[in-house]
Design a protein around this ligand. Sequence first.
Ligand SMILES: Cc1cc2nc3c(=O)[nH]c(=O)nc-3n(C[C@H](O)[C@H](O)[C@H](O)COP(=O)(O)OP(=O)(O)OC[C@H]3O[C@@H](n4cnc5c(N)ncnc54)[C@H](O)[C@@H]3O)c2cc1C
Length: 466
Amino acid sequence: MTTPTAILIPGFWGEVIAPDNDGYDDARAVWNGTVDRRPRLIARCSGTADVTAAVRFARARDLEIAVRGGGHNVAGTAVCDDGIVIDLSAMRAVTVDPVERTVRVQGGALWGDVDHQTQAYGLATTGGIVSHTGVGGLSLGGGIGWLMRKHGLAIDNLVEAELITAEGDLIRASANDHPDLFWALRGGGGNFGVVSSFRFTLHAVGPTVMAGPVFWAAEDTTDVLRFYRDFVTDAPDELGNVVRLGTIPPSPGVSEELHFRPAIAVASCYAGPVEDGERAVRALREFGTPLVDLVGPTLYVDHQSGIDDTVPHGWHYYWKATNLTYLSDEVIDIIAEHAYHATSPRSYAAIFHMGGAVARVLRDATAYPSRDVEHNMSIDAVWLPEQDDTVRAKEIAWAREFLAALQPHSAGVYVNFLDSDDDASRVREAYGDDKYWRLAEVKAKYDPENVFHNNKNIQPGASAAT
Ligand SMILES: Cc1cc2nc3c(=O)[nH]c(=O)nc-3n(C[C@H](O)[C@H](O)[C@H](O)COP(=O)(O)OP(=O)(O)OC[C@H]3O[C@@H](n4cnc5c(N)ncnc54)[C@H](O)[C@@H]3O)c2cc1C
């Protein structure tokens, strides 16, 4: 029997889901199927007023709080045991202002929601490369994607955010309102409150772009990466690139005999005229002997959802990550040696090419710390829920060993790629001491009791010194 929601949380008009309600197990599930937490309540908010009501309710009862945007964080911080989940998954409205070229996005929207609405006007902003990822967590950690070298990170396009504080107050953060908070929100994650809506700047993109992956055999990895290193050095800002090392996913356009064959791919997206994009990727496509070349004029929205099926909800995931300043020969050798040692054909490593507009924003302008690195790498172990602990152990060992080999070349880490066993020292590593301390001061001002700690946690000022 469903509990009447209005009675449970005063002033709350959304849906409250308790352990004995239908749908509880679906509502507590997040993207990473290894996460199995049992909150006391899930408060599925219908709007900003519900977020305020839920925060106040939780504070009055001293409940543990988790905040759910898209539910994609690999560490599963969107859900907690025995507390309340402030669930924004029903808050996905996206409103485009085509004249001002901005978009207002509710805190639980997914990138697919944003691309769908903005592309109707031929506009876009930098978002993640998988359409079912949440805008909330991705943006608050920085937000890397295909458009970043031309248009900056997601946070570089953030104009303002509406936020509910730990006290349950509704405030606005922008360059003029609470500028300290606005600085911290742009990279500091979900540490400072619940963002009920974001407003981002938009840019003309597509609707058709030159985009897609080229695959080469795994044996060609060293040659491809050496070529790629030089290729991206001269690449225009319009060209976004991601290297993927693993196997070829069984996707449309790939003949069956190539499915799950070990391979290196370079996927590109050119944020400009298709003819210019054709020229920009020509040398890449002509390099060596590709197994398959899927680059071509493509709808931007299709490209943005092109790899969705390779990382579906409910599979089991474990991630390691590091930034890399440069793809030296030594780094390339390490990558080539480790990339294909995973036993699961679904595991892969991805290397995002940074630079361009990301690097041109002053380092101190936002909390995001890693503007000077050329590459951002994640090592993603993936296995199926039905596979046993032996597979799990092997995949986790693969990711850990791969990272350990790269560690001497590490230049920090992207906070959004940290997993649950990355301890607090890696959060510090992600920000570096100077940013961490500044974030800790802002945290002490807006959330002194560390109410929002189910995240990549910044400890409030004074206690951070210990
Ligand atoms: C398949 C996949 C692809 C990805 N691709 C990219 C990519 O291309 N670029 C990139 O930068 N990252 C990428 N990521 C990483 C991604 O940025 C993080 O997983 C991020 O946390 C996802 O946000 P979410 O809202 O879905 O997560 P959730 O798990 O819902 O939230 C994670 C944390 O963010 C905070 N949070 C979320 N929403 C809000 C909100 N509205 N207000 C306050 N706090 C909030 C909370 O602290 C929460 O614990 C990817 C992740 C996955 C799983």
